[in-house]
Design a protein around this ligand. Structure first.
Ligand code: UD1
Ligand code: CA
Length: 451
């Protein structure tokens, strides 16, 4: 049976207290909508429809960025979850299969859980995903009799007795397209919130004599994000899961709870991650590297055998080849660093290409920005850049060339050349001692005056 995915993402999310629509708030640096889309994509759906409304354009582009094939339909007025599915009717015309409804604010449903719903669908017209809630709060309550689900009661409409039920609605629902849209036609807005509830589909199906059941999953999968506190919970759930996956893959995390990962972080086995490392989006770390404490990485690639940090910052476009050393207080941006090259202390390397086996002395800076434009620095292999060299780009330093410490390099340095550009040293014998004597006398005089 083929599957169509419907993801509801039109709501404003008032309780987020934000200008950003709720579904675009990030978890592990990707919008929560993208996490929901990823969850559904595991089923290889024949069609994916996202329902957007509040901040339509922004939601549409986030959805399209993840998957250009999705159809984004507009629900201009948010009249409830049943109405949100109703606006997909046209987009699903001609689709002959099961429709699975996910919520854009419920990002962590697992593939196994969705598969178990599909299995339960064999004996039932409608399948709902439920969970035992430690704190059922405002979730809809699932009213079971035996293995059949009789109806879902929204919190706002529930009696005290119904509110005491802890088996709750995740919002995920599965039914074949025709049944789903035929049931939705009968949903009315006669409830405490005056909304068209998708949850009413359950009672309506039972009235028609159709089988409805609920499949249960772990509460962590169905966390519905309605507030910043929920968002923080979701981040914690994601991080815990992602760290565990890395440990299982053979990555050492010395203090896992201090390492922050992104939705797309890739780290090879036998890499050692020291405490307090932050992985922003777009990071790939090959096997056998060491990422030392307090480093911040995003949009970069670190090859086998490299060491980074402590206190290093790798920004987008940093490409480190094998066995590169990047040390403390070094920032690298949009730069390729060749095999075995060392940038060990207090440097900024931006918009640059560095060859292999080169040593970049402490405090070296590529002066890549002239206030208007960015320029490139090119350094060859086996070069030696003296400490505190300013490389005023555009500039190049050839293979096996050298720069003197403290130089400001504004002209290209050819292969094997030594470039020095600094004021010549003057040495005056005995002058230091004399100067000390003069200064000490001055100090004494001042002390006497002040008595
Ligand atoms: C909903 C369920 C509730 C369930 C809970 C799980 C209904 C009536 N209630 O309640 O049983 O326990 O989710 O988290 O379904 N949306 C639209 N258009 C609308 C209304 C909502 O696209 O007109 C989208 C929202 O953007 C959101 C999702 O649907 O992504 C859920 O809406 P929300 O208002 O958060 O529903 P809850 O009150 O949480
Ligand atoms: Ca919700």
């Amino acid at each position: 049976m083929s599957i169509a995915l419907v993801i509801l993402a039109a709501g404003k999310g008032t309780r987020m207290n934000s200008d950003l629509p709720k579904v675009l708030h990030p978890i592990a640096n990707a919008p929560m909508l993208v996490h929901a889309m990823k969850a559904g994509a595991a089923l290889s759906p024949a069609r994916t429809v996202v329902v957007a409304g509040h901040e339509f354009d922004a939601v549409q582009s986030a959805a399209k960025e993840f998957n250009d094939d999705v159809v984004v339909v507009e629900q201009s007025e948010q009249k409830g979850t049943a109405h949100a599915v109703e606006v997909c009717r046209e987009a699903l015309l001609g689709f002959d299969g099961d429709v699975i409804v996910l919520f854009g604010d419920t990002p962590f449903v697992s593939e196994e859980t969705l598969e178990s719903m599909i299995s339960a669908k064999a004996q039932n017209a409608v399948v709902v995903l439920g969970f035992e809630a430690a704190d059922p709060g405002k979730y809809g309550r699932l009213m079971m009799s035996g293995d059949q689900l009789d109806r879902i009661v929204e919190f706002a409409d529930a009696s005290d007795e119904e509110r005491a039920v802890t088996f709750c609605n995740s919002g995920v629902m599965l039914a074949d397209r025709q049944t789903l849209f035929s049931l939705i036609e009968s949903v009315g807005p006669h409830n405490a919130q005056g909304e068209y509830y998708l949850t009413d589909v359950v009672g309506l199906a039972r009235q028609r004599g159709l089988g409805v059941t609920a499949v249960a999953c772990d509460e962590r999968e169905t966390l519905g994000i309605n507030s910043r506190a929920h968002l923080a919970d979701a981040e914690a759930i994601f991080q815990t899961r992602a760290r565990k996956e890395l440990l299982d893959l053979g990555v050492t995390l010395q203090q896992p709870e201090t390492v922050m990962l992104s939705f797309d972080t890739v780290i090879g086995r036998d890499t050692l991650i020291e405490p307090n490392v932050y992985f922003g989006p777009g990071v790939t770390i090959e096997s056998g590297t060491r990422i030392r404490a307090f480093s911040h990485l995003e949009g970069c690639h670190v090859s086998r055998g490299a060491t980074v940090g402590p206190y290093a910052r790798l920004r987008p476009g940093a490409e480190l080849s094998e066995n590169v050393h990047v040390g403390n207080f070094v920032e690298i941006k949009n730069a390729e660093v060749g095999e075995g090259t060392k940038v060990n202390h207090l440097s900024y390397i931006g918009d640059a290409t560095l060859g292999s086996g080169t040593n970049i002395g402490a405090g070296t800076i590529t002066c890549n920005y002239d206030g208007v434009m960015k320029h490139r620095t090119t350094i060859g292999s086996k070069a030696f850049i003296g400490s505190n060299t300013m490389l005023v780009a555009p500039v190049s330093v050839g293979d096996e060339a050298m720069t003197g410490s403290g130089s400001v390099i504004t002209k290209d340095v050819p292969e094997a050349a030594l470039a020095i550009s600094r004021a010549e040293q003057q040495t005056k014998p005995g002058v230091a001692r004399k100067l000390f004597e003069i200064l000490k006398k001055k100090k004494q005089k001042r002390a006497l005056e002040n008595e």
